[in-house]
Design a protein around this ligand. Sequence first.
Ligand code: FES
Length: 155
Amino acid sequence: MKKRKSKGVSRRDFLGVAAFGTVIASFSGMVAWAARLFKPDVYYEETKRVRIGKPEQFPVGTWRMFEEQRLFVFSDDQGLYAITAVCQHLGCTVYKTDWGFQCPCHGSKYDRDGNVIAGPAPRGLPWYRMDQLVDGTLVVDMSKEVTKGTKYLYT
Ligand code: FES
């Protein structure tokens, strides 16, 4: 009796190739997983500390807006203070008026201390902590709110 010859790949060869492919895929997965261990699970946020300059750049009775940071810094006879320019409704940039701040988007109005006086804003404009570096530079920390009315005296 004549034995029938199979055509193409034998079952044994196919299983060998499949096993080898499985080993390679598993090894690749383990290498990728191990490489991931060397990458720290840290998300670097943009710093919220803003250098605004030296105290002499803020004469009493003046104010400045830091457009990029959307921040107002005021100087009066009681000290310096920083108030956000970000509307607490949906985040538009407020502008300063004679009586306080106005949002151009939906009409929220804030008094000079940032308290809501009209419009849909659910809360007032936050004031931020201010520090002075050893070289005299003033820094506003936009991640730390302070009580409205907190003013800083620096020389
Ligand atoms: S974003 Fe300012 S009132 Fe809506």
